[in-house]
Every structure is written in structure tokens, then in C-alpha cells.
Design a binder for this molecule. Structure first.
Ligand code: MEV
Length: 456
């Protein structure tokens, strides 16, 4: 006999959940996980889009959708990149990120703007397989059938070739020093304005079929050498040959105008900060996290895969075996130069780009850039974000800027009115914003003992 605990656990398990209607899914969740909270359904529904068609579109982006999860969509104006000015869309939940980007953009707008270039655009994918024989024999077989891998995928690649892309090269890679019998077909691709995941994976799966079929009928390989185990066919999100660079530079005197720090001291501390992030992984992680505050928010707003972009950036940051800063600085002959080199596989066609209404809007706002232009914009926002963070860290400290938003968040949680928010902003102008102090101030404004007594 199952005890009560087992019974309880069992009812929390369900088969065929995905087949239930949206309403039935919500009802089941509320019954099993939210103590039949009567208000929960209305709460979830309150985040549905009032236009049924728009809601259906969002429902179908993923599986088991029950409602929408809002993230603010902000913009950072005044980004001058290669002499063109952008107002950059940013989707992010963290306060101060958009403000820091916008502030850096304005700062560099006065100093010539950002210069960006795409250094390379190659994407990579692998057929990972096990094979049991002498490498030289496999290599000879590969060289013989390599042209068939191109020919056998001609139909698949026709559209991409018409757009100027396609398969660039296929190599046999011997990994048997890492793992006995482990080899790869490593293919390089040009995917033009698409991120290319579906294209690459389809090509790889086709390579695998062709390679196995050719091996089966080859009359030079013996029966042992015909034994192949394809482990998997998958693109790599690490794209060290799909790199974008963005940089800024100016005479050092222009860096500290209107502040009380000297340009020399500022440069010295800035260089030290970057150096620390180069040699110390604890700092490098936070440093690069700040860069991705900017990058991810543009990647999300433009409907790209931020997990892929992050994973790739972090692997690149550790490419020499130690995790390091993605940005670099140089101060030479009185000129400050600050730059980022980062791999990034972005698309401006396919995926969510045309499907998600806000993503389409973001692309329009940027003037419908192609993939290379979007790479430059995105890397630039990462650089701007990092410049803003380092500048604050080595001068005023990071909290000063954060405090304004922190104050607003606490006041919003307390249900403060606009008038109360203005008063609080003045009061805390020259004070540290501690949660307890904000609550006390708010209570004193309302003449109450504690926020529980607030009448909303
Ligand atoms: C906070 O989200 C990001 C920073 O910590 C980045 C940094 O320290 O460079 C401010």
C-alpha cells in the first residue's frame, strides 16, 4: 500500500500534459501545486495578450505555454557606429544596464563614436564518430569520398549557395589521442544572414548518411574497417572564426573632462582594471558578465539565441586555457584605445526574426541590418557596457549609479505614489540607499508605523 506521501507525490505527476488545453493545463497546475488558489488563473490570464491572434502566436513559440513572461524592452539612443547613429533596442530585466549603455554611447558620440568591423563569418559543425582501424586508411577513404559529401548535399545547399553561402570546407579530424577511435568530420559553413543552425545540422546529418553509405560499398576497406559508429551530428556554438571587433579611442585628456580625476590617473586605473580581469578569473567572470548585460539584451531584443552567444563568448574568453577578459585596453602616445574581439553567430533572417512582433520592431528600429551589421551593433553595446562599468568602478564606485534604480524598485514595492517617489529621490540624493532606511522614510512620509499599514 502506498502511504499518503506517495499518493500526494503521484498526483503531482502527469502523463499527456502537453495534450491538455491551455485552460486545463492551468487548472491542473493550480490544483496540484498552488492549493487551488482561485485567483491564480485570473493572475495568469492577466498577462495574456488581449488580441487572441497575437497570443496564439506567442503560445506557439514554445511548448506548454500558459501565459507570457514580460521583460522590459528599452532603448539606448546615440550609438554612433562607423559614422551611423543607432537607437539600440535592449530587452533586459536588470535596472541600470540600459542607462549605462546610453551614457557610454553619448560619451563616445562626442569623441568620434565606435569603429566596428567583422573579422570573419565562418560557422562550424561536426559529425562525431567512432571508427576502428588505422587513421591513414580512414584518411585515404575520406580523401576519396570528400567530393561526394559536397555533391550529395547540393540540393540542400542550393538556396544558401544562391545567397553567396554554403559549405566552405570539410576536414577529417583525428581525435583519437583524446579518446581511442574518436574522429570528426569538421565542416565549415558560410550562412550569410541566417544564424544557420538548421542549415548546418541538415548538412551534417546528410554527410553522415553519405559517409556511412560510401563506407559500406567501398571495395578497398575490409570488413573491420567498415565498422563506423556515428555518435552525433551537430553544429558547434563555438565559432572562433566568426569574430567581430568594436573599438573606441581618443586622446587621454578627453576622457576625464568635467571630472576631478586626472587623465593619467584614470588611464592607469582603467588599465589596471582590465589587467586584473585578464589575469584573475574571479574578476574576469564579473567583468564579462557586465559585457553580456549589454550583448544579451540586444541579442534577445533582436530574436537571436543568447545562450549560444554567451556560451561561445565564454569559451572564447578561455581559449588559452584560462578564463580572461573579453575587452582590451592600450594607452600609447597619449591615445586611449579600448576594444572587444568577440565571436558571435547572429542572424537577421529566419528564426524569430520575422515571427515575433517585437523582434521585427527591433530590426526596423535598427534599420533592418544584415547579420554583419547586427554583429557590430551588438558587440559595440557590450563594449559600451563594459566601458561604463569600468569607468564607474575605478572612479565613483558602482553603487552610486545603481542606487537610484534600487531606490525606485523599493518604492515601487512599497506602492509609493509619484509624489512620494520624487520626495524620496531628493531625500536620498546624498545618502546610501539601504532598504531599511527607505522603508523608514516611506513610513515617516505617510505617518505610519510599518508598511503593512499602507492603504493601497
Ligand atoms: C552588474 O550586472 C555588472 C557589473 O558587476 C559588471 C562589472 O563589474 O564589470 C557592474
Amino acid at each position: 500500500m502506498p502511504d499518503n506521501h506517495d499518493k500526494m507525490t503521484d498526483s503531482k505527476i502527469i502523463k499527456g500534459f502537453s495534450k491538455l488545453s491551455k485552460e486545463a493545463k492551468m487548472e491542473w497546475i493550480i490544483k496540484e501545486y498552488l492549493n487551488n488558489d482561485a485567483e491564480a488563473i485570473d493572475f495568469l490570464k492577466s498577462y495574456w495578450h488581449p488580441d487572441k491572434d497575437k497570443q496564439k502566436l506567442h503560445d506557439e513559440f514554445i511548448e506548454n505555454t500558459i501565459t507570457n513572461f514580460y521583460i522590459p524592452f528599452g532603448v539606448a539612443p546615440n550609438f554612433k557606429i562607423n559614422d551611423k547613429v543607432y537607437c539600440v533596442p535592449m530587452a533586459i530585466e536588470e535596472s541600470s544596464v540600459v542607462a549605462a549603455s546610453a551614457k557610454s554611447a553619448s560619451f563616445w558620440l562626442q569623441r568620434g563614436g565606435f569603429k566596428a568591423q567583422v573579422l570573419s563569418t565562418i560557422k562550424i559543425g561536426h559529425v562525431h564518430f567512432a571508427w576502428y582501424g588505422k587513421y591513414e586508411r580512414l584518411k585515404a577513404f575520406f580523401d576519396k569520398v570528400k567530393h561526394k559529401l559536397f555533391e550529395g548535399t547540393e540540393e540542400l545547399t542550393a538556396n544558401m549557395r544562391a545567397r553567396g553561402g554554403g559549405i566552405l570546407d570539410i576536414e577529417l579530424v583525428n581525435k583519437s589521442d583524446l579518446e581511442p577511435n574518436y574522429y570528426q568530420l569538421m565542416a565549415k559553413f558560410e550562412t550569410c544572414d541566417s544564424m544557420g543552425a538548421n542549415f548546418i545540422n541538415s548538412c551534417l546529418e546528410e554527410f553522415s548518411k553519405i559517409f556511412q553509405a560510401e563506407m559500406e560499398v567501398d571495395d578497398e576497406l575490409n570488413s573491420d574497417e567498415k565498422r563506423i559508429q556515428v555518435i552525433m551530428c551537430i553544429l558547434s556554438n563555438y565559432t572562433p572564426e566568426c569574430i567581430v571587433r568594436s573599438e573606441v579611442s581618443c586622446p587621454i585628456e578627453q576622457l576625464t573632462e568635467g571630472t576631478d580625476i586626472t587623465p593619467e590617473k584614470f588611464c592607469e586605473k582603467f588599465e589596471q582594471a582590465i589587467h586584473v580581469a585578464q589575469i584573475e578569473p574571479y574578476r574576469a567572470t564579473t567583468h564579462n558578465k557586465g559585457i553580456f548585460n549589454g550583448i544579451d539584451s540586444v541579442v534577445i531584443a533582436t530574436g537571436n539565441d543568447f545562450r549560444a552567444v554567451e556560451a561561445c563568448g565564454h569559451t572564447y574568453a578561455a581559449r588559452d586555457g584560462q578564463y580572461r577578459s573579453l575587452t582590451n585596453v592600450e594607452v600609447k602616445d597619449g591615445i586611449f584605445r579600448f576594444w572587444i574581439d568577440i565571436p558571435m553567430a547572429l542572424g537577421t533572417v529566419g528564426g524569430l526574426t520575422k515571427l515575433h512582433p517585437m523582434v521585427s520592431f527591433a530590426h526596423k528600429l535598427l534599420g533592418n541590418p544584415n547579420a554583419e551589421e547586427l554583429m557590430m551593433i551588438t558587440a559595440t553595446v557590450g563594449l559600451a557596457q563594459n566601458f561604463g562599468a569600468i569607468r564607474s568602478l575605478v572612479t565613483t564606485g558602482i553603487q552610486k549609479g545603481h542606487m537610484k534604480m534600487h531606490l525606485l524598485n523599493i518604492l515601487n514595492q512599497l506602492g509609493a505614489t509619484e509624489e512620494e517617489k520624487t520626495q524620496a529621490a531628493i531625500y536620498f540624493q546624498d545618502k546610501v540607499v539601504a532598504h531599511k532606511d527607505v522603508v523608514n522614510y516611506f513610513c515617516s512620509l505617510r505617518g505610519i508605523e510599518s508598511p503593512d499599514k499602507v492603504k493601497k
